[in-house]
Design a binder for this molecule. Structure first.
Ligand code: SF4
Length: 433
């Protein structure tokens, strides 16, 4: 989502004459768009700001040029004035729900006397109603934010506090933005939301649409070839969305559906409001309509109070599901969240041991899944040149990165390849069409 937000900030600054640069030393404005989901996010931001102070000083002393420094995103939201107190060389602090005001904030900066501007409100207006049109040019695969914020309040998570309450963009604005992206060459759209499958909106005839219905509508756009969505919550996997997986060929057979833990006790302490059996039931329903669907999840190990038995339940669940990929982390306290005040914190070395066993299992599953793709033929979307000369990088329907020799003219197109070798994190292939 931060990639999407950064692009939209770029769109909103374009009318002021700003465009994306490649050399930090020559920048007139530097925007750090921050994420607060992991531990030490704030420290990392302050350390980066220390580096940028020197860039700013050099431009002022050697070129008499003022470089504006902006801190955006969820660390900006969480830290607010603390940022300009500790790093007074920062000019603007703007939250994830107010970045549409960035051009106004830039205009309000005093050109002579240094002033700081902080805007971390949760404004009454929807930023999407005030952002300029998406300028497109995002490449073959683009993000489209449809939903933001979260009302679920998992006890470990800062998102409800930094991104605010759930809201959904209107059907019309989403379809318009999709058209803009497609007309500038995008072939694959990933619908984004902190709880993307909680998205809902009114369709053209006034009836309520859910994400499944939106996917059906997007699939009718002839130039759009692939649709994905992330990140979803098990509680919002409704029948229409599951049937979209059965009926919409353009919806890729890959789903990131986080469960976090396989223990019902821990799921309850996490306030996930579903059990491991509920989750497995959803997986069964998905697999019954789309047998080849590849699954991915997030896991947190060492949540406060997690016992060896709870952790064993997580391993058992992973064994049952068989993931194509996954993200796993040690629990880290996020200030202000309910879990941070629980006193049953798991010792660091126990967390590390558990994470390493869990990742061993997940890595083995990922490699086994990649191995099943050897000799298979796929239509892949060619996204970019690979680091190795003459090679291209594409994504399979199952989100695997695939590398093969081919001409650059294929970038942005769908190519047919045959997988020659599976690796842990990618595939090698030969082009056949
Ligand atoms: S559903 Fe996701 S975004 Fe919302 S609180 Fe839980 S982990 Fe955070």
């Amino acid at each position: 989502m931060n990639v999407y937000d950064s692009d939209r900030m770029k769109d909103s600054l374009a009318p002021l004459g700003y465009q994306e640069g490649s050399d930090l030393q020559e920048a007139d404005m530097i925007v750090i768009n921050t994420c607060h989901i992991r531990e030490k996010a704030s420290e990392k931001v302050f350390s980066e700001l220390g580096r940028l102070r020197k860039v700013k000083q050099r431009a002022e002393q050697e070129q008499n040029r003022r470089v504006k420094i902006v801190v955006a995103g969820c660390v900006a939201q969480a830290e607010g004035e603390e940022i300009t107190r500790r790093a007074p060389w920062v000019d603007i602090v703007v939250g994830p729900q107010t970045y549409h005001r960035l051009p106004d904030l830039v205009a309000k900066l005093d050109p002579v006397q240094r002033n700081h501007l902080i805007d971390i409100e949760f404004p009454p207006e929807l930023k999407f109603d005030f952002l300029p049109e998406n300028l497109g040019q995002r490449g073959p695969a683009a993000f489209l934010s449809v939903q933001e914020g979260c009302d679920k309040f998992c006890s470990f998570c800062v998102v409800p506090y930094t991104r605010g309450a759930e809201f959904s963009r209107s059907v019309e604005t989403i379809l318009d933005e999709a058209k803009t992206l497609i007309s500038s060459g995008t072939k694959e759209i990933t619908l984004l939301g902190q709880n993307v499958n909680a998205w809902h909106g009114l369709g053209p005839s006034g009836n309520e649409w859910g994400l499944g219905r939106l996917i059906f509508a997007l699939a009718e756009m002839p130039e759009l070839q692939r649709i994905r969505y992330t990140t979803s919550h098990p509680l919002d996997m409704d029948e229409e969305l599951i049937s979209a997986h059965a009926q919409v060929d353009k919806l890729m057979p890959y789903l990131h559906l986080p469960i976090q833990s396989g223990s019902d006790r821990i799921l309850q302490a996490m306030n996930r409001r579903h059990t491991a059996a509920d989750y497995l039931n959803i997986i069964d329903r998905l697999r019954s309509v789309r047998t080849d669907i590849a699954l991915s999840s997030d896991f947190i190990v060492g949540f406060p109070g997690e016992t060896d038995k709870d952790f064993a339940d997580t391993l058992k669940l992973i064994d049952k599901v068989g993931y194509a990929s996954a993200y796993s982390f040690k629990y880290s306290m996020r200030p202000g969240t309910p879990a941070a005040s629980k006193f049953l914190q798991v010792p660091e070395e126990v967390k590390s041991d558990r994470l390493s066993s869990l990742q061993q299992l997940l890595d083995a599953q990922q490699f086994a899944f990649n191995k099943t793709c050897e000799s298979m033929k796929f239509d892949v979307l060619v996204e970019q040149k690979a680091p190795r000369k003459g090679q291209l990088n594409a994504r399979t329907p199952y989100m695997q990165s695939v590398y093969f020799d081919g001409p650059e003219s294929l970038i942005g197109k769908i190519a047919r390849v045959k997988v020659s070798q599976a690796r842990n994190n990618s595939l090698s292939a030969e082009i056949i069409q």
